[in-house]
Design a protein around this ligand. Structure first.
Ligand code: ADP
Ligand code: MG
Length: 240
């Protein structure tokens, strides 16, 4: 579903992604971790060209993201993205936040989009909040709405960039639970997170990034019990 081939990225002189090669298969859940500033956000944002790459190739569902002939808007419709900050539209109700893109981009009827939105809200446990505005919700609830909004486009891939790191501790669990349920549904997921419990439980693979380099790729069992590099050992010591 996603294939990085020798991807490099520079911000001016700063080499932030160094020869990254990585493949994510259909239905796979891959957790990307690594120290702050190691390039995790940059990496995940290249998948739908929120960050253009400097060289190499990224293939997403058989399309070369960097090829100017690729329809990036169509590709983005297949790739849901949930950020650290929920980025809901503050002036729209929960329901309207979720139905906006399906109506505008997927050309669904309002009725069909709303029906689907209510189903998704049930799935994330927030059907009773459909008429609320984002400011009336807790951070955890807003993030669950953001996930429902991503799913409304029926994406083939979901990307998450530290979806729980801006949340108060008591809300982290509810968001992780929604993500766990999602992982079991078979969708392809790439998740930047420091929640190692999530990684242990649901990731098929953990990728450890350091200074823009993929230093390790392993199953969670291997990565947590026997990290190969000193950098990974040190990182795990700090966060576990
Ligand atoms: P992480 O998500 O792992 O914390 P980032 O991908 O955000 O790391 O950042 C990787 C490196 O790139 C950092 O050194 C950061 O300061 C730098 N960086 C990120 N975005 C930009 C930008 N838009 N312009 C210049 N440098 C950036
Ligand atoms: Mg980041």
């Amino acid at each position: 579903m996603i294939r990085f081939v020798n991807v490099n990225k520079w911000f001016k002189q700063l080499h932030v992604l160094k020869n990254v090669s990585l493949e994510i298969a259909q239905g796979e859940v891959v957790v990307v971790c690594g120290p702050s500033g190691s390039g995790k956000s940059t990496l995940i944002r290249t998948v739908n060209q929120l960050e253009p790459i400097s060289d190499g190739e990224i293939w997403v569902i058989d399309q070369n993201v960097a090829d100017h002939r690729t329809d990036i808007n169509a590709l983005r419709a297949d790739v849901g993205f949930v950020f650290q900050h929920f980025n809901l539209y503050p002036h729209l109700s929960v329901l309207d936040n979720i139905t906006l893109a399906p109506i505008k981009v997927r050309k669904q009827s309002r009725e069909a989009a709303e029906q689907k939105a209510v189903q998704l809200l049930e799935r994330v446990g927030l059907a009773h909040k459909k008429d609320a505005f984002p400011s009336q919700l807790s951070g955890g609830q807003q993030q669950r709405v953001a996930i429902a909004r991503g799913l409304a486009m029926e994406p083939k891939i979901m990307l998450f960039d530290e979806p729980t790191s801006a949340l108060d501790p008591e809300m982290i669990g509810e968001v992780l639970q929604v993500m766990k349920d999602l992982a079991l549904s078979g969708i392809t997921m790439m998740v930047v997170t420091h929640e190692m419990g999530f990684a242990r439980e649901v990731a098929h693979r953990v990728v450890f990034l350091d200074h823009g380099e993929v230093l390790e790729q392993a199953t969670p069992a291997e990565f947590f019990s026997a990290p190969k590099t000193d950098r990974a050992k040190q990182f795990l010591k700090q966060i576990l």
